[in-house]
Design a protein. Structure first.
Length: 131
């Protein structure tokens, strides 16, 4: 069988950002990772962790919303997911950036997920999750 990927991107109506609709059909159980390369100096946090970004560093965001703050700028992405832990650049894929802090989300095929990536005010509360 074929493995078909569909990525649909649309502008978020209520603000500065995009919505990513991620779909894969075909083979079952293929591990897929989604990488978000952030400025290595960013402060990165979610409901479950908080960390200072480092060049070449990474985190697998298992659920919830991740926020990256650099000065007054805050980038929010989510809801995050982790159906597997294969984030090591295997199977001929590109390795992790040594210049960025990488946030990973991970799914196994087939999947149908929607994520939002948007700029938010520094004091805004995280959006409730919608899966």
């Amino acid at each position: 069988p074929d493995l078909d990927f569909t990525l649909t991107v649309r502008e978020v109506p209520e603000g500065e950002g995009i919505e990513l609709h991620l779909q894969a059909e075909g083979w079952k159980g293929v591990p897929v990772r989604f990488e978000f390369g952030l400025n290595a100096d960013a402060w990165v946090e979610s409901e479950h962790f908080a960390a200072q970004g480092t060049p070449g560093g990474a985190v697998l965001a298992k659920d919830g919303t991740v926020r990256a703050r650099l000065g007054a700028d805050v980038l929010e992405l989510g809801p995050c997911f982790a159906e597997h832990r294969d984030i090591g650049g295997t199977y001929g894929s590109e390795g992790r950036s040594g210049d960025h802090f990488t946030v990973y989300c991970a799914a196994c095929t087939p999947f149908d997920r929607t994520m939002t990536v948007r700029r938010v005010p520094a004091g805004a509360r995280p959006r409730p999750e919608a899966r």
